[in-house]
Design a binder for this molecule. Structure first.
Ligand SMILES: Cc1ncc(COP(=O)(O)O)c(C=O)c1O
Length: 414
């Protein structure tokens, strides 16, 4: 019998009908374009400079010591102990390394595992716009429904702090189906650092409506001038309801290592662990060892102060370059991103249904030679217009790359 006549013959099989497509991220599109056009890439937020020697040496040593097998699912002991030591004073409580920490494959898996653990089909999750783009994907994959609440800038202001959340609008978005609220401070892409008053107002709503809260704090060490990063989990009654995320990629400039952590009270951490055990089970052990060693040494080496000073100088440099190029920047208080206003630029021809900021960012990449990210990628379809006159640049780059970007922007725009 020939296969063509057999009932097994896959003649009518159409894979496209079976595929649940999530589409590509804005980063893959703009990184590809930046490479194609030989543009300076101030789009995707990864440091292009070497990680500190002490973490690299720790990783080399860990490999040499053959720490190569599966770790404990919730995290390698040396790392969870080090996280507990660093974070207990910051949270004002002893963080139990064995029951209140889960090490994840970057903060991205922390987001994914937390959402899988806490959100059931039909649950609603409130996302503040502009959001980090893995939030809606994680919610949708869990069968949940994202509900979007945009922050808005005070008209005429040029500071990230002037982007505010309307608490009445936030409360109106809460329904009996709302399960979780996700916040990000310091935020990507605005660089906003939520202050005590705003976090207190958010916390009051979370408690009033009996919600859980995921606080994505991956840029916690990157805050500038006299701004302080505040942890919502430290507010009264919030420890019990909050899952806080951190990232070694951001903290130690090793984004490719993909190591993150969730800190939460044991019932929530256990729920995250139960999801995590079915996602990666555990995270690369020698790299966990190295991050553990790095945390053990960071304070003594003055590393966090150094990191902050380095990024503050880079922020200031890019702020000046953007201002001189006629791209009014919105001064960030944290993170390594700067939003600029682009409303004064002529609109380039746009592709299909693309929002204006996509057309502008493609033009900046292809014609000016400096790649930026269109922030409407961080809004739902209904709210994308709020980002039409904005572009996002990052400053986690070497001095020579920032200088070259500045030269190109000034030469072609000012
Ligand atoms: C706000 C935010 N959360 C999470 C992540 C992901 O962190 P990781 O690289 O540790 O997965 C990023 C990365 O850009 C981010 O900007």
């Amino acid at each position: 019998m020939s296969l063509a006549n057999s009932t097994l013959a896959p003649s009518s099989f159409q894979p496209a009908q079976r595929i649940r497509s999530f589409g590509t991220t804005v980063f893959s599109e703009f990184t590809t374009l930046a490479i194609e056009k030989n543009a300076v890439n101030l789009g995707q937020g990864f440091p292009d400079f070497p990680a500190p020697d002490f973490i690299i040496e720790a990783a080399q040593e860990a490999l040499g010591r053959h720490i190569n097998q599966y770790s404990r699912g919730a995290g390698h002991l040396r790392l969870v102990n080090a996280i507990s030591t660093v974070y207990s004073p910051l949270f004002g409580r002893k963080i139990d390394p064995l029951s209140e920490i889960v090490v994840t494959v970057g903060a991205t898996e922390g987001i994914f595992a937390t959402v899988q653990a806490l959100v059931s089909p039909g649950d609603e999750v409130i996302l503040i716009e502009p959001f980090y783009d893995s939030y809606p994907a994680a919610v949708i994959m869990a069968g949940g429904a994202p509900v979007y609440v945009p922050m808005r800038p005070q008209p005429g202001s040029h500071s990230a702090a002037a982007w505010r959340l309307d608490m009445a609008e936030l409360e109106a978005a809460i329904s009996p189906r709302t399960r979780l609220l996700i916040i990000n401070t310091p935020s990507n892409p605005i660089g906003k650092v939520f202050d005590r008053e705003e976090l207190t107002a958010i916390a009051q709503l979370v408690k009033k409506h009996d919600l859980l809260l995921l606080s994505d704090e991956v840029y916690e060490w990157m805050v500038y001038d006299d701004v302080q990063h505040m942890r919502i989990a430290t507010l009264p009654g919030m420890w019990e309801r909050t899952i806080t995320l951190g990232s070694a990629g951001k903290t130690f400039s090793v984004t490719g290592w993909k190591i993150g952590w969730t800190i939460a009270p044991s019932p929530l951490a256990h729920a995250v662990l139960m999801a995590h055990q079915w996602i990666p089970y555990c995270v690369a052990t020698p790299l966990q060892e190295a991050v553990g060693v790095a945390f053990e040494q960071a304070d003594r080496r003055g590393y966090f102060a150094e990191l902050r000073a380095m990024y503050q100088a880079k922020r200031d440099k890019l702020m000046v370059a953007l201002t001189h190029a006629g791209l009014p920047p919105i001064q960030p208080d944290g993170s390594y991103f700067i939003l600029v206003e682009t409303g004064q630029l002529p609109s380039p021809p746009s592709q299909g249904q693309d929002p204006r900021d996509f057309a502008i960012c493609r033009w900046l990449t292809a014609e000016i030679g400096v790649a930026a990210i269109p922030p409407s990628a961080f809004y739902c379809a209904e709210h994308k217009h709020l980002a039409r006159d904005l572009a996002r640049f990052c400053f986690c780059k070497t001095e020579s790359v920032l200088d070259e970007a500045s030269r190109r922007l000034r030469a072609k725009l000012s």
